[in-house]
Design a protein around this ligand. Structure first.
Ligand SMILES: [Cu+2]
Length: 269
């Protein structure tokens, strides 16, 4: 097979386990990127100020690095994959599990994907470490998808895809059944990062327009202008709304008094 330039041939030359680790990390890196991108574009500084958001981004980088290095199939790259996947589960597991209960939650897609995918990556990484001496190609379940390892992978992919579909349907049903409160900006529970709790974070209104916020979280929040005294709500309780009319063009940053990491911006034009 030397000299064969077929991509499929090159794929088959690497143990299947390495492609599972690669695929799992790249997929999760992209999920995090898609969740974080709006905030990254709007205000990178606010992510750095939020320790949870910042550490999720560090993990995103680690996922891409581990995916790339993992294809080398060395003992140390398997150790790296195992450490990164287990560390993420330990650090963020308790934070992601509650999101599984609510498909309307912004972090649901990450939770339903990250937990099974990282468990799979951890399993293959640990097995690769155990069999590093003989080489993963010597173990059928690491070498080829035509094995118990392949069945496990297909099972987990099926679970994640099924979970995302059920979550998308469930989320829309839940959102439709919430009593219709007219609001432009929702304070969502379990946002992927505290900084993103005002959804949408970036809202545009014409001069003289009124913006309404609703607190859909389980705790109290405020809408407070960064410029002191410009506008500010009382502490909003669950399902409470608050409105403000913007009579002058400008860019108005605001935050939540009890949670200064929570922020948003109103563009009045
Ligand atoms: Cu708050």
């Amino acid at each position: 097979m030397e000299g064969s330039s077929g991509i499929w041939e090159r794929v088959r030359q690497k143990p299947f386990a390495l492609w599972v680790i690669f695929g799992g990390f790249v997929y999760l890196g992209l999920v995090i990127l898609s969740l974080a991108l709006p905030t990254l574009v709007a205000s990178p500084a606010s992510i750095l100020a939020d320790p949870i958001a910042a550490s999720i981004l560090v993990f995103m980088a680690l996922f891409f690095v581990s995916a790339y290095l993992g294809l080398k199939g060395k003992l140390w790259t398997s150790v790296l994959s195992a450490v990164v996947s287990i560390l993420f589960l330990v650090v963020f597991g308790s934070f992601l599990v509650p999101s599984l209960a609510n498909p309307a939650d912004a972090a649901f897609s990450l939770a339903i994907s990250a937990i099974p995918a990282l468990v799979l990556v951890a399993i293959f990484s640990i097995l690769s470490i155990i069999h590093a001496k003989s080489g993963p190609l010597q173990k059928r379940y690491l070498a080829t998808p035509n094995s118990a390892g392949g069945l496990l992978t297909i099972g987990i992919i099926g679970f994640v895809v099924g979970g995302l579909i059920v979550g998308a349907i469930g989320g829309s049903v839940i959102l439709r059944n919430i009593p219709a409160i007219r609001a432009d900006i929702t304070i969502v529970p379990n946002a992927p990062s505290m900084a993103m709790a005002f959804t949408p974070q970036n809202f545009t209104v014409s001069v003289g327009g009124t913006v309404t916020w609703v607190d859909k979280d389980t705790t109290g929040h405020t809408v407070t202008s960064n410029v002191t005294g410009l506008f500010g709500s009382p502490l909003l309780s669950v399902s409470e709304t608050w409105s403000h009319t913007f009579s002058q063009a400008g860019i108005y940053y605001y935050h939540c008094t009890p949670h200064p990491q929570m922020w948003g911006v109103i563009v009045v034009s």
